[in-house]
Ligand binder design. Structure first.
Ligand SMILES: [Zn+2]
Length: 304
């Protein structure tokens, strides 16, 4: 299975390095790390970032509060649609979209593929449809979700994946793609695990935001990103608990898994620039280490 790493959105919140740990100026750079997977059942997208309608009519689609807070940079070239076409595929080839969760910065591109089946945890769909209060009515914009015709929703049913609850056998998808339950940021938040045949990838969504929350014995996270995670978590204790479990998995030398999150742009660049096709399970661990080293190198260059 070939996997492409796509950044389908850029956010530049005020705070610089207090958000991303590397920016020298007043604004940070946060990615919307999505995946495009080539499978025998067509193309599968994992998350969608911002879409064409967001770019054309941002204020009609997304809360002005979040446009301002995240300083979203709307760019048609970054949409999944544009990037898929630039890779030489037809957007019609996107048959399935697997969602980590339904926040506005992950769902904007759903309507660019209205024919696709959209896979999500049932708890997340419930949370989005029953949202109340200032934050939650804004995090789940109706305009992003109302146009989805083919929801495929799941309850975690006791399957295990490296100690985490998981859903295997997503309808119409190859068995190598799983949902991994990681609630806390939102009620039905999950990771998406992919068995590439050469080791596992785990797209951990918004379970963490900053690479050094994973690669040391303790959580290390700049102040603004820490505050943002607290603001956005429906259950911050559970968010941190699952983040700690993920940190253990990330550092387990026996687990051939490359773990990454949505918004860390240094992590995104490291993974995008590495060819993950054809790695054996044994090779996956150094791949992860190399991605980390590359991230550290970028950090040093950016701060030099
Ligand atoms: Zn997000």
């Amino acid at each position: 299975m070939r996997v492409h790493h796509l950044n389908c959105g850029l956010m530049a919140p005020l705070g610089g390095a207090l958000f991303d740990g590397v920016s020298a100026g007043p604004t940070a750079k946060l990615a919307c790390h999505c995946l495009l997977i080539e499978t025998g059942q067509g193309l599968v997208l994992v998350d969608t970032g911002f879409g064409m309608k967001d770019v054309r009519h941002p204020h009609a689609r997304i809360s002005p509060f979040f446009i301002w807070l995240d300083n979203i940079q709307f760019d048609p070239e970054l949409t999944a649609m544009s990037q898929i076409e630039r890779l030489g595929f037809s957007t019609w080839d996107v048959r399935h979209i697997v969602m980590t969760h339904l926040d506005f910065d992950h769902t904007g591109g759903l309507e660019d593929f209205p024919w696709a089946e959209v896979h999500v945890m049932q708890r997340e769909l419930d949370a989005a449809s029953r949202a109340t209060g200032f934050r939650d009515t804004r995090r789940y914009p109706k305009g992003h979700l109302d146009g989805v015709r083919n929801w495929r929703s799941y309850r975690s049913g006791g399957e295990r994946w490296f100690g985490f609850e998981a859903v295997r056998g997503l309808r119409g998808l190859p068995p190598e793609i799983l949902l991994v339950s990681l609630p806390g940021h939102t009620a039905g938040h999950c990771g998406v695990a992919i068995d590439t045949g050469g080791g596992w990838l785990l797209h951990a969504g918004d379970s963490y935001f900053f690479r050094h929350e994973m690669d040391g014995p303790e959580r290390r996270c700049p102040a603004a990103t820490r505050a943002y995670q607290r603001l956005m978590a429906v259950d911050y204790g559970l968010h941190l608990h699952n983040q700690a479990r993920l940190r253990e998995l990330y550092q387990d030398p026996r687990a051939p898994i490359a773990v990454f999150c949505t918004h860390d742009i240094v992590e995104f660049q490291a993974l995008r620039d590495m060819n993950i096709s054809g790695l054996t399970p044994r090779a996956a661990a150094p791949y992860r280490a190399a991605a980390g080293a590359r991230a550290a190198g970028d950090a040093r260059r950016a701060s030099a």
